[in-house]
Design a protein around this ligand. Sequence first.
Ligand code: ZN
Length: 132
Amino acid sequence: MKIDHVGIAVASLEEAASFYLRTMGLEVEHREEVPEQKVRVAFLRAGETSIELLEPTGPDGAIARFIAKRGPGLHHLAFAVSDIKGEMTELSKKSAAPIESEARPGARGSRVCFVHPRKTGGVLIELVERGI
Ligand code: ZN
């Protein structure tokens, strides 16, 4: 399985992006607001993968709660899959059922689901089936 992106929770998309653009020399490849997840995101190309910066759009989303509890920082590791429904079924058989029973809309027209860190040894894992 290939790593699609690494998700980082940030308080300010502009401040975080500025660090990655000016200091690390990365480029923004996509920006989007994802209302279903109450975030604004920016994807920065980093070689064959991407860094996803996630800024909360309100106080009640998962990213807002994460930042309130732990501060900004590494949030999740996302793997690219071609058949998210099939992967969700496989993970369920292996006692690593995703948090959601159905994949939901993610950024860039993708469908996504998450596996809770307690099932993965401490890392929130996202599966991503890219949109066409
Ligand atoms: Zn992600």
